[in-house]
Structure formats: C-alpha cells, structure tokens
Design a protein around this ligand. Structure first.
Ligand SMILES: [Fe+2]
Length: 256
C-alpha cells in the first residue's frame, strides 16, 4: 500500500513479441492488476519487429505475421491501461527497425503509417505518451517519470551498462531496458545529503534465452521494476519473476 501522496509506478521492457514469455507477461499483468499503479512505463522493444530486420531470419524460429504481433502488443497495452492512470512507452531499437526499413525500401514509405509502432500502438489511446527512439534534433529521447527519474530504452549493452547509465544521466536516476539483465546501481546523491540516485535495468519479459542461443549461458532474467514515487524521494524495487510467480515487497505472492 503506497503512502498518501506517493505514486506507484511499474516499469517493464523487452517483451519482444512474438518471442515473449507468456507466463512472465501474465505474472506482470497480474501484479499490475493487484497494484493498480498510477503509471506504467514500457521501456521499449515491446515488439521484436524481426520481419523488418536486416539480419536473415534465425534458423528454426517460426516466422509470424507482423500484423498479428501488433495485435498482441495492443492487447497487452489495453489490458495494462485498464488498471493504470497513465501509460508511457519509450520506443526501443527493435521498433525503430521500421523507421530504418521505411527509409531504404520504396514500399516502406507507402506502408509506414500502416505499420509503424509509434502510430499503431498509440492509435485511439488517451493518457498515453510515446517517446520515439533516435535523436535527429539533438535532444536525447527519454520519458521524465518525475523531476528525479528518467526512463530510456538503453544507452548501452556493455557489461556494466547500468552503472554506465548512471554516469551519463547527470545526477538523475534512470531506469532502462535493452540489456535484458536486472542490475541496480545505487549511490549517494552528493548534492543532496541523505538522498540517493540510482540506475536500474528492468530485466525482460521475453523468453530468457536468445534466439541466437548457442548454449552459452546468459544473464537475462524475467523481471520488472516497482517504484513508490514520493514528493521528496523515490524507492524502486526490482521484482524477479520465478517461472510463474513473483513476490511483491509486502510479501504477497502473485502467480500466473
Ligand atoms: Fe533493445
């Protein structure tokens, strides 16, 4: 139960529909239905958009119709919007594949408005903010969760990506996706004694094994972020999803 005047936030990322983990997605939705947050942030790569990749299809992975993937993504957003006040979507590099495809393919320019996630995922939605990927105007795309926290898809995939995010976020806390890992880096805010700034990656809701899996272990984890946003400070948690369940900070189990 959130303190009076504080707001509750959930953040998730890297669903990579159609390569999502249905059980992890279900656990996340049930957690959202239980917590009824003020804000849900999608940290990007909701869609894999493999159909628009310059890479050849991965051998053995069944190909899906992009329109079906869009429908699945919209169904997920619809479900989440019934339990939150506001939805924010930060576009990922996978959704951005559409823009790159449209820029080089003649048929792409004609079909762009029919297919682009930034158009098709927001159509008819109220209380929804969509932040496009990429920066043509020199402004770094991000969603400002409040005056202290920003949400981005991810500036780095490096081993210490989360720590790197904190180093470049210039005193703001930052939540991000992209790495599929669930790391946290919390340091004291030297300008404001007694307070902290932190970077946190949300894990992923896709199958936690890469499509290009070669048998080499990876650190991907199904997880999401829960935040209590106060007037003067924020507390963030990373909630791992263990197969078909998770445990919220108050000890309540949410099962798919
Ligand atoms: Fe990504």
């Amino acid at each position: 139960m959130a303190k009076a005047h504080s707001k509750t936030m959930l953040a998730f990322g890297d669903v990579h529909i159609p390569h999502h983990n249905p059980r992890a997605v279900e656990v996340f939705c049930r957690a959202a239905e239980r917590l009824r947050p003020d804000l849900i942030v999608c940290l990007g790569d909701l869609l894999d958009c493999g159909q628009f990749s310059t890479h050849p299809p991965t051998h053995g992975v069944p190909e899906t119709d992009y329109v079906d993937d869009l429908r699945e993504a919209n169904a997920l957003l619809d479900r989440l919007q019934t339990v939150c006040d506001r939805l924010a979507i930060v576009e990922g590099n996978h959704e951005y594949r559409l823009d790159r495809w449209a820029a080089v393919a003649a048929e792409g320019r004609g079909a762009y408005s029919m297919l682009a996630p930034r158009i098709r995922l927001t159509k008819g939605r109220s209380k929804c903010t969509y932040v496009p990927y990429g920066s043509a105007d020199g402004r770094y795309p991000h969603y400002a969760v409040n005056s202290r926290i920003i949400a981005v898809h991810g500036w780095s995939y490096a081993r210490h990506a989360t720590k790197n995010h904190l180093q470049i976020s210039q005193g703001k806390s930052v939540i991000h996706g992209h790495t599929h890992r669930a790391d946290a880096c919390i340091i004291q805010n030297i300008w404001s004694p007694g307070k902290v700034v932190q970077a946190r990656s949300a894990g992923c809701l896709c199958k936690p094994i890469p499509l290009y899996g070669t048998g080499r272990p990876v650190e991907w984890v199904n997880a999401f972020i829960l935040g209590y946003l106060g007037r003067r400070s924020d507390t963030l948690y990373t909630i791992p999803i263990m197969d078909n369940r998770c445990i919220l900070p108050d000890g309540v189990e949410v099962a798919a």
